[in-house]
Design a protein around this ligand. Structure first.
Ligand SMILES: NC(=O)c1ccc[n+]([C@@H]2O[C@H](COP(=O)([O-])OP(=O)(O)OC[C@H]3O[C@@H](n4cnc5c(N)ncnc54)[C@H](OP(=O)(O)O)[C@@H]3O)[C@@H](O)[C@H]2O)c1
Length: 345
């Protein structure tokens, strides 16, 4: 213990903490980069140097004190979440230096933790950053929503919002490969063109410049069988209105509401759920990782064989993690947003 304290005087880790509670205009000024002591690993511990960290919309939910499931993160506390890195010092025989590991300690360049708190992963045949997306939270979410919950049949119509994002782009492609007609929305004309020309979705609209009700009525004259909701808000209302009787909705995300005082509020068109006999199913990815081996194996295989396009937007530098995170809310990413902390090691 004495050794740890002595080393803490010398070694530092850079960490991003929550500096103040964000308002509706979340800002990089809501975060601060601080130096924290970095002890030597004790018995059974490892010191890890992160290569990539993840920034995800869900992280917004705990930043304000609101009526939600997540307790508000205390000010000054480190931003947590997925990271992938390399063991650089070890007192745990199962994790020698050089082992690639994933963890949930978040926005920091290095950390010391018990070996049991990190997971060794293979560096063979995959990009390390994929563990934060395709082979992590994102891939599992899209796979669970399409393959396990909605399981749309060939010929059915599915609407995917947020389709140029990490979850949405995978969900839309999985649905397309099941033989569905895939209708989608995204926030810029460039994303719309990518979804049409590269992912070959059937009809795509820029929700910022399109009358969604008219778009869905035109493109789905017989109605929507399935809706994969990533955004909530007015898009969810338009989808409910365009659903077929006995249609199914998976509630994955509501990013359009995350900066509002009550992100848990329901849709405005709620009673149409009853009138149309619609089924709404909640998706919490944390409840699906027991199917991860099957899902990640299938996703990796699809990418390896060119059937699935996995897209990333990579921002360089831990200092830019707040900017990367904030820009999720103005749609600056295509595919998964990740931050390269130290990709060369
Ligand atoms: N339920 C779960 O367990 C689970 C797990 C993972 C993710 N999620 C949810 O799934 C959704 C997508 O997550 P992701 O990680 O894949 O993020 P992402 O889609 O890669 O990034 C967020 C995207 O949201 C869009 N957006 C931002 N503000 C918006 C608004 N006001 N209205 C409509 N779209 C808006 C932006 O794209 P545009 O340019 O298109 O606006 C942005 O690129 C999020 O809601 C997230 O919370 C849920």
């Amino acid at each position: 213990m004495q050794i740890n304290q002595d080393m803490a005087m010398n070694e530092k880790a850079r960490t991003v903490v929550l500096a103040r509670r964000p308002g509706p205009d979340i800002s990089v000024d809501d975060f601060a980069l601080v130096d924290q002591p970095l002890p030597e690993p004790g018995e059974g511990q490892v010191r890890v140097r992160n290569r990539y960290i993840s920034v995800d919309p869900y992280m917004r939910l705990a930043l304000s004190d609101r009526n939600g499931v997540s307790a508000a993160k205390p000010l000054g506390e480190a931003m947590t979440g997925g990271a992938v890195g390399v063991v650089e010092a070890s007192r745990a025989p199962a994790l020698p230096p050089g082992t690639m590991v994933t963890s949930q300690f978040g926005w920091r360049d290095r950390f010391v933790a018990d070996a049991s708190a990190v997971q060794a992963v293979s560096a063979e045949g995959v990009q390390p950053s994929w563990y934060l997306g395709l082979l992590g939270l994102t891939g599992m979410t899209a796979y669970a929503g399409i393959e396990y919950i909605l399981a749309p049949a060939a010929g059915e119509t599915i609407f995917v919002s947020g389709a140029a994002g990490a979850v949405g782009s995978v969900a839309a492609q999985l649905a397309k490969q099941r033989g569905c007609r895939v209708i989608a929305t995204a926030g810029t004309d460039e994303k719309v063109a990518w979804l049409k020309d590269v992912l070959h979705l059937d009809a795509v609209a820029n929700y910022a410049t399109t009358d969604l009700a008219a778009f869905l009525a035109r493109e789905c004259p017989g109605g929507i069988d399935h809706y994969f909701d990533n955004v909530g808000g007015p898009t969810l209302d338009a989808a409910i209105t365009a659903m077929k009787p006995k249609g199914r909705i998976v509630v994955c995300g509501a990013i359009s509401q995350y900066n509002t005082p009550n992100y848990c509020a329901g849709p405005g068109e709620f009673f149409k759920i009853s009138e149309k006999g619609i089924t709404i199913v909640g998706l919490n990815v944390g409840m699906w990782f027991d199917r991860g081996k099957e899902a990640f194996g299938d996703l990796a295989q699809r990418v390896a064989t060119g059937k699935l396009i996995w897209e990333e937007t990579i921002v360089e530098g831990l200092d830019n993690a707040p900017q990367a995170f904030v820009s999720l809310f103005s749609g600056q990413n295509r595919g998964k947003m990740v931050v390269a902390v130290d990709p060369a090691r």
